[in-house]
Write a protein that binds this ligand. Structure first.
Ligand code: A5P
Length: 230
């Protein structure tokens, strides 16, 4: 079993029948969705509803036999489970290198608890070890990318091998931003990005995770946000 599977298996133990779950996107969450489907088929869990955070998760969850509903249809979202690209010591995150950041954030902000599942390679001392994805409108995208560079990073439109920009589930494009010394003030950067027309959303998920499940060769541990409900 690889570490992503191990984190997913630990998370599945916290799922009870009757829960409505936000279903994240990416390879770690895919393991979680497979395990959830298996438990439903075996009758170990029942009356579970899922709210998918991307088209690919929608397809995967449907194939796994999980009943899906929209956020508007659910009375409450008990828990969201998702992976992350980076996790810092405050449990702030970078997400979105699977291109699903906007729907992920939209859904996960409504969850009573947001549990992040990662292997230990995702832990960083400071966010920005890798690129920060930023979802932007295609209109005058190069102007937005140019503005992103003024924030002190190397920014590029994220393109496929054929040179065409990748399109998100929301028909937007993505830029990736590399900060040479990491992101020194994620809160300030978040505010700048939020205020910029042309920027739709970004991969900074600050103050959102309730708990992070970290799988390592030595075993699984959980990191709790102070004050979050168990
Ligand atoms: C999807 O857009 C992302 O936010 C993923 O949650 C993140 O990229 C982690 O993906 P993996 O689980 O595939 O590492």
């Amino acid at each position: 079993m690889n570490l992503k599977e191990l984190a997913a298996e630990y998370a599945i133990k916290g799922i009870c029948s009757g829960m409505t779950l936000g279903l994240g996107s990416g390879s770690t969450t895919s393991h979680f969705i497979e395990l959830l489907g298996e438990r439903l088929r075996l009758g170990l869990l029942h009356d579970i509803y899922g709210v998918p955070t991307s088209e690919s998760t929608h397809r995967l969850a449907q194939a796994a036999g999980i009943r899906l509903i929209s956020l508007a249809e659910c009375e409450r979202l008990d828990l969201a489970v998702d992976g992350a690209d980076e996790v810092d010591p405050n449990l702030d995150l970078i997400k979105g290198l699977g291109m699903a950041l906007l729907r992920e954030k939209f859904i996960e902000m409504h969850a009573r608890r947001f549990v992040v599942i990662v292997d230990e390679s995702k832990l960083v001392n400071r966010l920005g070890r890798g690129p920060l994805p930023v979802e932007i409108i295609p209109f005058e995208a190069e102007v937005t990318v140019h503005w992103l560079r003024s924030l002190g990073c190397r920014a590029e439109l994220w393109r496929a091998e054929d040179g065409a920009p990748y399109e998100t589930d929301n028909a937007h494009w993505l830029a990736r931003c590399w900060f040479p010394d990491g992101i020194t003030d994620a809160g300030a950067l978040e505010r700048l990005l939020a205020d910029r027309p042309g920027v739709v959303d970004h991969g900074l998920f600050l103050g959102m995770a309730s708990e992070v499940i970290v799988a390592a060769e030595s075993g699984v541990r959980t990191l709790q946000r102070p004050g979050s409900q168990m």
